[in-house]
Design a binder for this molecule. Structure first.
Ligand code: AHG
Ligand code: MN
Ligand code: MN
Length: 341
């Protein structure tokens, strides 16, 4: 069905019908018996917050939103003003969704228990602004989120609202990210494939632009911060040398969301190995590795911590870090061959 849009210059065929992310979610929900509109209402909290964030990102040089706030977060990292703005936007927009019981953010030391009511079925963990070091130099940044169902015990009267937050990634209900790049794109999965929506500023809506994204089985890029190469376990260096011999090119943005989005669409491999500064890896398991691993696998790729599937790791703390290797099937198989037995 291609709707006609009549203008003064006569009929102009639209290339494709406009399907917003809300419409798409509602259509998808018909496949989930018993799931009411609460998921689409919850997702609308995320899309609203990311529209607020992207409006700030797009005007960063014109408003006093650049630079650091000189606060240090739980990660020991200087918070950028946009980190704090993005965090507040998500806390506000999700805090008013009564299906959300708990929020956990990279920027908050502790999780935030919002409500214990029986309706508050979901916990959301998020990285409000990923790639903060790139904000001031106009390089793509992003937002990453993961949605979990809360445990019965945490919802029981008098239960600990934070109980059961530390679930392995294979329990995620949904995961996604927004990359604030040359365009603003939302990519998410609910376990039924991976779909992308581009923000159309002329109508202020995320419009379906990449349905059923599949990661190519092989790419031509590898993505790693080679400055730390001397710290990597030896087999990582061996692996990279093998890829270079096969004429792979190197691409590294320094924003996980941007490096992941390219790997999702073009294939290849992204690695953040253990380093001297981060012997357990730098990336956070709950709100960086898990959501990206869920999306990678749903698109036909794979993700592990160097040895174990990311989605099978049992988190021990909210801000736990992990090494991360993710990408196309062929590159991931090559990595396994380089791994010491
Ligand atoms: P964040 O800005 O949320 O702290 O995340 C930054 C992460 C991730 O986006 C990126 O892949 C990685 O840091 C880059 O680290 P290096 O600068 O050490 O390469
Ligand atoms: Mn991050
Ligand atoms: Mn961040």
């Amino acid at each position: 069905m291609a709707s006609q849009l009549n203008t003064e210059k006569g009929a102009r065929r639209m290339d494709r019908p406009i399907i917003t992310v809300q419409q798409y979610i509602l259509q998808e929900q018909q496949h989930f018996p018993g799931v009411s509109g609460e998921f689409s209402w919850l997702l609308s909290g995320i899309t609203l917050a990311t529209k607020m964030i992207q409006a700030k990102v797009r005007r960063a040089g014109l408003t006093d939103i650049l630079g650091s706030d000189a606060q240090v977060n739980v990660q020991g990292e200087i918070q950028q003003k946009l980190d704090i703005y993005a965090n507040n936007a998500l806390l506000h927009c999700l805090g008013v969704r009564d299906s959300v019981g708990v929020l956990a953010s990279e920027e908050n030391d502790e999780p935030i228990a919002l409500r214990t009511s029986g309706r508050a079925k979901y916990a959301i963990v998020f990285d409000p602004l990923d790639g903060s070091s790139n904000i001031d130099v106009n390089v793509s940044v992003g937002t990453i989120f993961s949605i979990l169902r809360r445990s019965e015990a945490s919802m029981a009267e008098g239960g600990d609202p934070l109980e059961g937050l530390l679930q392995p990634g294979n329990k995620q209900i949904a995961a996604g990210y927004v990359v604030y790049g040359s365009s603003t794109i939302l990519v998410y999965t609910t376990g039924r494939g991976v779909h992308g929506f581009t923000l159309d500023p002329s109508i202020g809506a995320y419009v379906l632009s990449h349905e059923h994204i599949k990661m190519p089985s092989k790419g031509k890029y590898y993505s790693i911060n080679e400055a730390y190469r001397d710290d990597f376990p030896a087999h990582y260096g061996k692996y990279i040398d093998e890829l270079r011999r096969q004429k792979y090119a190197s691409r590294y943005v320094g924003s996980l969301v941007a490096d992941f989005h390219r790997t999702l669409l073009k294939g290849g491999v992204f690695l953040y190995p253990p380093t001297a500064d981060h012997p357990n890896g730098k990336l956070r398991l709950l709100y960086e590795a898990n959501p990206m691993a869920f999306i990678a696998e749903q698109a036909g790729g794979a993700a592990h911590n160097g040895t174990t599937r990311i989605l099978d790791l049992q988190p021990k703390s909210i801000h736990e870090r992990t090494p991360l290797v993710l990408g196309s099937r062929e590159e991931m198989a090559r990595f396994a061959e380089c791994r010491p037995t």
